[in-house]
Design a binder for this molecule. Structure first.
Ligand code: ZN
Length: 674
């Protein structure tokens, strides 16, 4: 977009000492903006630094895609908002303008007008008239009009979309009694019902499985499905297809990066990925993933593609994301120990032996540092990933798991002393345990969840892996969490010298149950249910264990004054319950038992106790903490001599607004409407 560039020049802090690093930059609505450091970057080789630089450019080049995937008007809305931010001639020091800026920043944070977590539409806290006045006083030149549209018509249309609560109320609908597609605003399907879309892909799947069932293609992963004039057709994301303009840029930077790959396999992976982006061919995507998962040798790694399907109510289509990373040598030792013992964990898991993997292959665990976040990983970033997602590749080649150390650390540093623990922990002992061992317990939980949990278990013959439909994601997260919870209390942990006191797993259990039953309620708006997969899984686990352990008082709700707390009375009892639920969820996954999976989630993972919820929100609001954190990226500045990069210097910008405007200025390649 064109705009007044003077607001974009901003000098990052260069005088900051590492110990003074400011992790928390600002808070607004229910969000906080953090920064992460790139420790050890300066000791990477010039080749690695250059590689990271080019991969980072590719990571930023797809930013527009996620906006359009989330909702087809998001790009036009973002550009309208930025038009005002850059050109508004009126007084910016008014409550209305400040409220407007909060809305703009929320849109940036969520990559659209639906909350990144709850998927509910959110609204500016100003009137429609004020909004229209802001556009008026910013000039009409540069507004994202549709072809032939007058500025007047555009303004009333865009205001209607932003302000009318009945238009696109939900990003992703999970409500089983409704048609999931017609009630979701994500831009994956157009003109189809849930049934039509499912039938379309079932048919495709059936035909393909007659040919070859050993390498099941993820049909629908990288396309939009459209029905018009009674005909259903797929528009693939590729060169010449949907999002072509952004994909060209991604390819350009990947091409540059390929020359700096750390080994031949990695170079081939990038070339294959480029070919996938050119053709949209899902077999090429699978080939990319097979190469990617088999590369364990390089220090620098990346993901870049249409990968996670959380935003599709049918769990078929993937959002675009990228993460560029390099190994954290110290922390990798810890997860290396865990993955080296993967087979032992699998063999001793409390699930039915039929559902255990006979041979756990290629479980690779790494602790990495993020160097750049892009697409659906930005600004809200995962703290660990486990990929690829295709079950057949995981079975034949294993999966690669990472915990993202510097992101986790930034979350911890930013949360230190915010009062949350003191408010919700049962007693001083629990607080001390958390302070002393919380960080290690958290890292180990993530290692076990990502390195072993997701990769464990096997499907029975005849089970395809998509039977659990929209319950698949929360059940899968629950399975991985339970695997971690069960094993973090295993004597094997001390045998492997991962820690030497039971206080570590007690800290882990306290934190999990406290979060699952109480503190994560702070992320839910009053009167709402739980929608997000990880949150559903946490409440499912905590509430199920509370319920099943009632007779023996394993977990207890306790009142102190009018405040509610949870207390674990039997850690051994709780561990046994974790094992029991793990066995059941593994059975559900292995056999594709949709009804049992649905019942678990609906009975334990969705509804919240309104009274407790109210209390928790009240206590939380008194602390003034934003529940969700997201990140701005470091900027990698290449030092050039003639046409050669001679060094790459990371800089740490300190303004969310500036970074967003810069990204929109430099990395916005898609048309307003796609
Ligand atoms: Zn997970």
């Amino acid at each position: 977009m064109k705009g007044n560039n003077t607001t974009l020049t901003h000098k990052p802090e260069t005088t900051e000492k590492p110990e003074d690093f400011r992790f928390l930059l600002e808070q607004f609505a229910d969000l906080k903006i953090l920064r992460y450091q790139v420790p050890g970057f300066s000791s990477l080789t010039l080749r690695q630094k250059s590689f990271i630089y080019y991969l980072s450019q590719a990571a930023l080049s797809g930013r527009d895609i996620i906006y359009d995937q989330n909702y087809r008007y998001n790009l036009a809305i973002r550009r309208t908002l930025e038009h005002i931010v850059l050109n508004y001639k009126g007084d910016r020091n008014t409550p209305d303008y400040e409220a407007f800026m909060v809305y703009v920043k929320r849109v940036w944070f969520s990559n659209g007008i639906h909350h990144h977590h709850s998927k509910d539409k959110f609204f500016p806290a100003i009137s429609r008239a004020t909004f229209l006045k802001f556009i008026e006083e910013s000039g009409r030149e540069g507004l994202p009009l549709k072809p032939g549209q007058s500025p007047e018509d555009f303004c009333s249309e865009i205001a209607e979309i932003i302000f009318n609560p009945d238009i696109a109320p939900k990003g992703v609908c999970q409500d089983q009694v409704k048609d999931l597609l017609t009630h979701s605003s994500v831009n994956f399907y157009e003109g189809l019902t849930e049934k039509e879309a499912l039938d379309y892909y079932r048919k495709m799947d059936k035909e393909a499985s007659n040919e070859d069932s050993s390498s099941r293609i993820s049909f629908g992963l990288n396309s939009k499905l459209v029905k018009s004039n009674g005909r259903i057709s797929e528009i693939p994301y590729r060169i010449g297809g949907l999002y072509s303009e952004a994909i060209e840029q991604i390819i350009y930077w990947l091409g540059k990066a390929a020359d700096y790959a750390e080994n031949g396999l990695q170079q081939k992976t990038i070339e294959t990925l480029i070919s996938y982006y050119q053709t949209g061919d899902l077999k090429t995507w699978d080939a990319t993933n097979v190469m990617w998962v088999n590369n364990h040798e390089t220090e620098v790694d990346f993901i870049n593609g249409f990968i996670e399907n959380y935003s599709d109510p049918l769990g078929l289509k993937a959002t675009w994301e990228s993460l560029v990373s390099y190994k954290d040598m110290e922390a990798s030792k810890r997860s290396g120990i865990i993955s080296a013992n993967a087979q032992w964990f699998e063999d001793h898991s409390p699930v039915d032996p039929r559902f255990r993997k006979k041979e756990v292959r290629g479980v690779s665990a790494q602790a990495i540092n993020a160097a750049q976040l892009g697409g659906d990983c930005y600004p809200s970033s995962p703290i660990g990933i486990n990929l690829p997602n295709a079950d057949w590749i995981r079975k034949q080649h294993g999966s690669k798991s990472v915990t993202i150390e510097n992101i986790t650390l930034a979350h911890e540093k930013a949360a230190l002393g915010n009062g949350m623990l003191e408010e919700f922990a049962f007693d001083e002992e629990e607080i001390q345990l958390a302070k002393k061992y919380g960080s290690l317990a958290g890292s180990l939980h993530t290692d076990l969840h990502e390195c072993l949990g997701h990769g464990s278990g096997q499907l029975m013959p005849g089970t395809k892996g998509d039977e659990l439909k929209n319950y698949g994601s929360p059940l899968e997260e629950a399975r991985a969490d339970l695997f971690a919870l069960y094993y973090i209390a295993d004597p094997k942990m001390t045998e492997l010298q991962l820690f030497d006191t039971e206080d570590v797993f007690r800290a882990a259990y306290n934190a999990y149950i406290r979060n699952g039953l109480i503190t994560q309620l702070t992320r839910i708006g009053p009167g709402n249910n739980i929608e997000q997969a990880h949150m559903r899984s946490r409440q499912l686990i905590a509430a199920w264990c509370y319920d099943k352990g009632r007779e023996f008082n394993v977990i207890e709700f306790r009142k102190k004054g009018n405040k509610t707390f949870v207390k674990i009375n039997s850690y051994a009892g709780l561990r046994a319950l974790f094992g029991e639920l793990l066995a059941e969820i593994q059975r559900i996954k292995s056999t594709g038992d949709y009804e049992a999976g649905r019942d678990l989630i609906e009975n334990y993972g969705v509804k919240v106790n309104p009274e407790l919820h109210r209390e928790v929100l009240e206590r939380f609001s008194a602390l003034n903490i934003a529940p969700y954190g997201g990140f701005i990226n470091p900027v990698f500045v290449p030092v050039m001599q003639e046409n050669e990069i001679t060094d790459v210097i990371p800089e740490y910008p300190d303004s969310f607004t500036v970074q967003m405007l810069q990204y929109s200025d430099r990395y916005s390649f898609l048309p307003d409407y796609n």
